[in-house]
Design a protein around this ligand. Structure first.
Ligand code: HPA
Length: 271
């Protein structure tokens, strides 16, 4: 990755009308409905954007959408890149850097995750307060990182406190149940064993998923205020573990999504 590549990716998008977005949004698995709320859409497919990671088969539908939501200009990633698809840490976070290059000042992230904290149930939303990186690498571990910012990035408060407070107040105001907790990221794509779920609980995780953490690390590298919400799609009870059902995970994500869309929209209006 070079500065010039980032500038070219952003220049292409600007030429397509992606002018001055204020907020970037990453949509997780089964969480694509938010797109229908965006007005005056301009769309760029990932494969059209110079230097975007080369799409895999699953990724033919990945796109960046520009438009307005809650009265503000937003750029939305419908479909993200995962380590489990064979991309590396720099690839999967490239779009975050491009959105930053376009001028976003805030980043909202969503994901589907499993509930490790068994007080939390499928269909609950969890505001991520902190994370544990179990992906065995970093999106900042590359040779010329110094050209893009500091190497030793502070992670004492990776999820923006001010926006978290606003989200909590909005959830309260609208009677939307919102849990809070720690998200642990794993590579996947296999799900966890019972022993791994027990380990994750001991480590202090409330939820587990296969994304988000690299994106949040890069947002912090860019000093870009970020918040993230997990939609809990399955309950990871090691003493009563059911075989994974991807259709069910997507169904729960779809069912929960309207609440998440509402929160994101309200947050955009509020900040
Ligand atoms: N583990 C990892 N990732 C997930 C899970 C899970 O249980 N559920 C949804 N994404």
């Amino acid at each position: 990755m070079t500065k010039k590549q980032l500038e070219e990716s952003a220049a292409y998008l600007k030429s397509k009308g992606f002018e001055k977005p204020e907020i970037g949004i990453v949509l997780g698995t089964g969480l694509g409905q938010l797109v229908t709320e965006i007005k005056d859409q301009t769309v760029a497919h990932y494969h059209q954007i110079p230097y975007f990671p080369l799409a895999t088969v699953e990724f033919h539908s990945g796109k960046l959408i520009f438009g307005s939501l809650g009265g503000k200009k937003v750029v939305v990633m419908q479909g993200r890149f995962h380590l489990y698809e064979g991309y590396d840490f720099v690839d999967i976070t490239y779009p975050i850097r491009v959105m930053h290059e376009l001028g976003i000042q805030k980043l909202f992230i969503s994901n589907a995750a499993g509930a490790i904290n068994l007080d939390y149930k499928k269909g609950d939303m969890m505001l991520i307060e902190d994370h544990i990186n179990l992906q065995g690498g970093s999106p900042l571990a590359f040779k010329n990182v110094g050209e893009f910012g500091e190497r030793f990035v502070d992670m004492s408060e990776p999820y923006n406190l001010k926006m978290r407070k606003v989200i909590e107040q909005l959830a309260d105001k609208h009677n939307i149940s919102l849990k809070k907790g720690v998200y642990a990221s794993v590579v996947g794509p296999q799900l966890e064993t019972k022993a791994e779920y027990r380990m994750l609980k001991i480590l202090g995780a409330d939820a587990v998923g296969m994304s988000t953490v690299p994106e949040v690390i890069v947002a912090n590298h860019l000093k870009l205020p970020v918040v993230a919400i997990s939609v809990l799609t399955d309950e990871c009870d090691p003493d009563n573990l059911q075989p994974i059902n991807i259709e069910e995970i997507i169904k729960i994500a779809n069912q929960t999504e309207p609440k998440m869309v509402r929160l994101f929209k309200e947050l955009i209006e509020e900040i």
